[in-house]
Design a protein around this ligand. Structure first.
Ligand code: AMP
Length: 521
């Protein structure tokens, strides 16, 4: 199928051609005709599938007729994060460039003045995060009863972030006679319940299994002691041919620590997390997209759905606690058919999280051998690892989606930043049906023979030295390389080797900022 077969207008087809797209992606092929017919759509698709254009393109055509009145947007797109909202706004600019559509982007962390002025002029498309939209609504700056098309994007993430009460309130302010497009990467029962509430006789479209990882992403996992993680990362980064890389940490605080550490070691690196002010976030992201910095340390919230052209590498500095975050993280690379590499640094205590990930993605993540960093075994005397439920604590007590603890489901980045040294994961979503289980759960199934062949470690003679990489199909027959020699360091107590003698680790990071080093010697 070609774009012209979808019945899109000439100006839109021209903009698509300018963008260099030749054929619609499966989600576009499936969703666009229903959107054009005015039907509600329930779309199960991840970022990276082209879903944004799947709703943006037909919306541009639908909105090209008619005019918006002051403060009364004609369509509304709800996004869970500011970065995603900004990305969708860019999509409207890109695909709507030959049409005169007006739009406003309502996100936290930027001045309201400009946003209010844009609203006063009247907008065809309003793209917003729920918190900022409610703020403006409560100040009487916006009326929602002229919205004809509503898009709820990344619904699973809205749920995880506690935005559903806001979304419900927003939907209650819209006219019942409207078209609603609802997208989610997963279709857990809770999401389906929401969809039932918001949609009328929707057409369901899905493009792939919710938890699929792209075949274009080469995955690997290296298991080391907690204290060796930063050096392992540095070794991996040096051994790989990196164009640009995202490095994910589970906690905002650790993003800062890792960023400073990498900077001290001379890497070209930036940091992105939800406690940073919006101007810095935008500037950092722009710099990374332009190639000013090579590595971006980030948290899940900040990097969710980011579309970074041709990202070569993703490193999980921490194993994600929620298995679905693994899929989202590594989905930043290997997009649009390009190849990418996603390496995860784990400690022995992460094994149950790894098993959950492997069950979710339906395959084993091949181990990487890194010389000098032998996989240590879990210390039986170590204090128990925080359970998933304990990790989630505040979120669940606050009532996920409830109106109690977190008010209207604040976007932590927007309106309720955490204290600087508070130690908590940025994202501890409680996704129903995510496959979590007690540590007695069975390990992931062994890969079938064909997959085992693919995951056999194999050399990359053209690049040396490097970590022993898991093989792609075409590499499987080459002899295995020697692992990258990495220096073996004797376990040191915190602060050893530091002039001050205590209170700092080997990178000079104050001990109070470091989380429990479970496997440290
Ligand atoms: P999305 O899933 O909306 O985040 O889109 C992922 C990436 O695919 C973006 O960089 C889009 O610009 C790109 N894209 C969207 N539609 C197409 C298409 N039909 N052909 C090629 N690339 C596309």
């Amino acid at each position: 199928m070609e774009f012209k077969d979808l019945g899109l207008s000439e100006p839109v087809l021209q903009a698509i051609a300018d963008a260099g797209y030749t054929t619609p992606t499966p989600i576009q092929e499936k969703a666009i005709p229903w959107v054009q017919m005015g039907r509600d759509v329930l779309g199960c698709a991840q970022t990276g599938t082209g879903k944004t254009a799947g709703f943006t393109l037909p919306m541009i055509d639908a909105l090209s007729q008619g005019r918006a009145k002051a403060r009364m947007p004609r369509s509304l797109i709800l996004e869970p994060t500011r970065e995603l909202a900004a990305q969708v706004a860019e999509n409207f600019d890109k695909y709507g460039k030959y049409l005169k559509l007006t739009k406003a982007l309502l996100i936290g962390g930027v001045s309201m003045d400009e946003q209010e002025k844009a609203l006063d002029r009247g907008v065809d498309v309003l793209i917003a995060t729920p918190g900022r939209l409610m703020d403006l609504f409560d100040r009487g700056r916006i009326l929602l009863h002229d919205v004809k098309i509503l898009v709820i994007d990344e619904a699973d993430r809205m749920l995880d972030m506690g935005f559903i009460p806001d979304v419900e309130r927003i939907v209650s302010l819209l006219p019942p006679l409207r078209q609603t497009l609802f997208f989610s990467a997963t279709m857990a029962p809770e999401i389906r319940k929401l969809a039932d509430k918001f949609l009328t006789n929707p057409k369901e479209v899905a493009v792939s299994a919710p938890a699929a990882t792209a075949d274009t992403v080469l995955q690997g996992i290296v298991t080391v002691a907690e204290r060796e993680k930063r050096e392992t990362l540095r070794r991996l980064v040096k051994a790989e041919q990196i164009k640009n890389a995202l490095v994910f940490c589970n906690r905002k605080r650790d993003v800062d620590i890792l960023w400073k550490s990498l900077k001290r070691h001379g890497f070209s690196v930036g940091a992105l997390h939800g406690d940073m002010d919006q101007a810095t976030r935008t500037e950092t992201l722009e710099g990374f997209k332009k190639g000013d910095v090579q590595i971006l340390c980030c948290s899940d919230v900040a990097a969710r759905g980011l579309d970074i052209g041709g990202l070569s590498h993703v490193f999980n500095f921490d194993v994600p606690i929620n298995a679905e975050d693994y899929v989202h993280r590594i989905g930043r690379t290997g997009r649009a058919g390009r190849s990418g590499v996603a390496y995860t640094i784990a400690t022995p205590d992460d094994s149950k999280f790894i098993h959950a990930i492997e069950r979710l993605i339906g395959k084993k993540i091949p181990p990487l051998a890194v010389e000098g960093f032998e996989a240590p075994v879990a210390d039986p005397n170590a204090p128990p690892v925080e359970s998933e439920r304990e990790h989630r604590g505040g979120r669940e007590r606050g009532g996920r989606g409830g109106r109690g603890g977190r008010g209207r489901g604040r976007d932590r980045g927007e309106r309720a930043p955490a204290p600087a040294n508070e130690s908590r994961p940025e994202e501890m979503p409680a996704v129903a049906g995510s496959g979590w289980g007690p540590s007695t759960e069975a390990p992931a199934e062994q890969p079938p023979a064909e997959m085992a062949a693919r995951t056999e470690p194999a050399p990359r003679a053209e690049r040396a030295p490097r970590a022993q990489r898991p093989a792609r199909q075409e590499r499987a027959e080459r002899p295995a390389p020697a692992p990258v020699p990495l220096p073996r360091r004797e376990p040191q107590p915190m602060g050893a080797g530091n002039p001050a003698g205590r209170g700092f680790d080997e990178d000079g990071v104050p001990a109070f900022l470091l989380r429990g080093r479970r496997a440290a010697g």
